[in-house]
Ligand binder design. Structure first.
Ligand SMILES: [Zn+2]
Length: 690
């Protein structure tokens, strides 16, 4: 589970997601050109023991301005910009290559063109929407409504790998290895139905959220008005009230991550009994899933609640809800008035980012989201030479070895559990750079003048591809990220890791930097992904990816005690007077940060082989290691974006991820951290898990 940093919401099959993607992404920083720690970025007036994030990044934070089209800037965004630039060049080459019709390169070029063709989009006006809006208008009863809701189902969520829980459709589908029989794919269904990022946005009674909701309701009315609907204010009020009622039934993000609550196998025939109100036969017919007997329902009470709302809410409200969702999801490829209104709320207000990214960049996000592997093939061939792969493999091997050693020497774990843990680690598949096989897009029709149709067909193409795998054997080596993605991921049901080419780059991974710095930066990222194998969720899966308790009760008790202590540590962080971190919501990621940093430190010591590291700029090897870790988390965000991350993301904000260091003894000795300093923890308060 679990990516290294908040994921660019990359389904792109829905423009709502696309928009979120642009908001979620972080942004640009100029390259320092430094190999090793960035001395100029530090603030030496801050004591490392008081605020390690400020100490390592303070001067950079002071002098960095967030560009108007970004929700924030940081080290990830620097690499995202590099990947974007390279991808742009690849698309350019594809366009100039005169590739034959229906070839991959032609599809890339045509899709890109269809997105940037603003004149074409304006010329068509609302035409592309019309047949879909007419179909909604023609719905005569709740039976037809259930069919339409089924037809809207897409494979647009991924609760474990990319931790993507949000869909604006009433439900979302994830096709993945079966919790209970991990050798085959099965169908997971998740709650959905709201446009705002999380239930809190509808239910929280604080002043901040109340105001946002008023602005949202005004926005929905404006969208409906622009799309030609009568009585937009009355319709908007009912749509927002329906979404509020849906949100009330939703599970919270920390409940969503409790792996022991989400394994709920339902037969198709169970739905009518357990979640009455929606005509499930029609739903599954519409979804093309009539033949699928088995499902796993992630949030059963939300399904019961949402289905009951289908029965209790007037048909006309549901039809308005469907219409508004269609318009919102595709707003980015509709005429300017709608596209700009959509951004004005979801970008400017919700993420506090005044300006939208340039259209060419958004076009690249769409191409990456739609034809990701086709672009990835070109990217890997050009930017990830075999030497890079060999170097990265060696680094991964060192960190895995360090983690294995930590497991072997753990004093709290009993031998039977330890044997299983070691077995699991030995079966871990680590993908580096790019996948062994590529997706085939030959069945996807892309037209150079039809962005709406391209995205509509792409959503269906993905859905059909995913559902075609149901009941078939899994491919453990399958990737869940493209090579051009700046991130890394652990796939618990496959017992696998992916490290895409685009994250294996300076400043994370720099052949010219000292070992201390590479271990502190990319080493801690590798360690983080390895540690997810044994975090609060990952540890529930066995070596084959099955959801099975392989722990003795004493070991599990110890693990739960230690992780509760870590959750409490994060609960205490308060980025705003009215908003604290949620230690449970971020627990798996915080465990991975802690285990990852500890394994990277050990890997570094092993690489030194007993020698003393050279001092650079007056800093010892150990000091450079920790400073590099702090600088790998360099980031500055707008308040709205940061609040959104705290409320809706599993990753703690960078400042608190950096504070992981306070749990490691060598950090104290490296910086002479003393009692009384703000990050100081007495030795028995430091959390030690792996
Ligand atoms: Zn993670």
């Amino acid at each position: 589970m679990k990516s290294y940093s908040p994921v660019l919401r990359a389904s792109y099959l829905f423009l709502g997601c696309l928009l979120l993607a642009l908001i979620c992404s972080r942004a640009q920083r100029t390259e320092s050109g430094v190999h090793g720690i960035d001395i100029a970025a530090m603030d030496h007036s801050v004591k490392p023991g008081d605020n390690f994030f400020q100490y390592t990044n303070g001067t950079w934070l002071k002098h960095t301005e967030i560009p108007p089209d970004r929700p924030g800037v940081g080290v990830f965004s620097t690499l995202q910009d590099l990947s974007l630039k390279r991808t742009s060049a690849l698309i350019d080459e594809a366009a100039k290559s005169n590739a034959p019709a229906r070839s991959g390169k032609r599809k890339i070029a045509d899709l890109y063109h269809s997105y940037i063709d603003e004149a074409g989009i304006e010329g068509k006006g609302l035409e592309p929407l019309k047949p879909h809006l007419q179909a909604i208008a023609a719905i005569r009863d709740k039976k037809e409504l259930a069919h339409a809701i089924g037809e809207s189902l897409r494979a647009d969520v991924d609760p474990l790998n990319n931790t993507h829980f949000h869909t604006a459709n009433l439900f979302g589908l994830w096709v993945a290895p079966d919790f209970n029989a991990p050798e085959d794919y099965t169908a997971y269904l998740l709650q959905g139905g709201i446009q705002l990022p999380d239930r809190e946005y509808y239910l929280n009674q604080g002043e901040h959220m109340r105001k946002l909701r008023e602005q949202y309701q005004a926005h929905v009315a404006t969208m409906l008005k622009l799309a030609g609907f009568s009585d937009p204010d009355a319709r908007s009020a009912k749509i927002v009230e329906l979404e509020r009622a849906i949100a009330e039934k939703h599970w919270t993000l920390d409940a969503d991550q409790d792996i022991h609550k989400v394994n709920n196998p339902w037969k198709q025939s169970d739905f009518q009994v357990k979640a009455p109100g929606l005509d499930w036969n029609e739903f599954f017919l519409g979804a093309g899933l009539s033949g699928q007997a088995d499902f796993i329902v992630w949030q059963p009470s939300a399904f019961t609640g949402e289905a009951a709302l289908v029965a209790s809410t007037p048909l006309e409200t549901w039809k308005d809800w469907l219409s508004y969702h269609l318009i919102e999801d595709y707003a980015g490829v509709l005429p300017k008035t709608l596209a700009e209104q959509s951004y004005a709320f979801f970008g400017a207000i919700l993420s506090g980012t005044p300006q939208q990214r340039p259209r060419w960049q958004r076009a690249i996000f769409v191409v990456n989201g739609t034809l990701g592997d086709e672009v990835g093939k070109l990217y890997a061939a050009k930017y990830f030479p075999p030497e890079a792969k060999t170097r990265a493999q060696a680094m991964v091997a060192n960190i895995v070895a360090a983690f294995r050693k930590r497991l072997e020497t753990l004093t709290w774990m009993t031998p039977p559990t330890k044997a299983q843990a070691l077995d699991k680690l030995s079966k871990l598949y680590v993908g580096i750079g790019y996948p062994e096989t590529w997706r085939d897009y030959s069945g996807l029709e892309i037209r150079p003048d039809d962005i709406f149709g391209n995205l509509w067909r792409s959503g269906l193409f993905e859905y059909h591809w995913q559902t075609s795998r149901l009941g078939r054997p899994i491919d453990r080596h399958e990737w869940s990220m493209t090579p051009q993605t700046v991130n890394a991921v652990n796939l618990p049901l496959q017992n696998a890791l992916n490290f895409p080419a685009a994250i294996l780059e300076p400043p994370f991974f720099d052949a010219k930097a000292p070992d201390a710095v590479n271990y502190g930066a990319i080493g801690s990222i590798i360690g983080h992904e390895v540690s997810h194998t044994f975090d609060s969720e990952g540890s529930a899966f066995d070596a084959q990816g099955g959801l099975r308790n392989w722990w003795t009760s004493a070991d599990l008790e110890h693990f739960n005690r230690a992780t509760a202590k870590l959750a409490a540590q994060y609960d205490a962080y308060q980025p705003f007077p009215d908003l604290s971190l949620n230690g449970k919501q971020t627990l798996a990621e915080n465990i991975a940060d802690l285990g990852g940093l500890a394994a990277a430190y050990d890997g570094y010591q092993a690489a030194l082989g007993g020698k003393t590291a050279p001092v650079e700029h007056g800093f010892s090897g150990d000091q450079q290691f920790f400073i590099a870790y702090g600088q790998a988390h360099r980031s500055k965000m707008r308040e709205a974006a940061l609040r959104r991350q705290v409320m809706t993301d599993e990753h703690s904000p960078s400042e608190y991820r950096t504070a992981t260091v306070r749990n490691l003894d060598p950090w104290y000795s490296s910086f002479q951290v003393q009692p009384g300093e703000k990050l100081y923890l007495a030795p028995d308060e430091r959390v030690r898990i792996w």
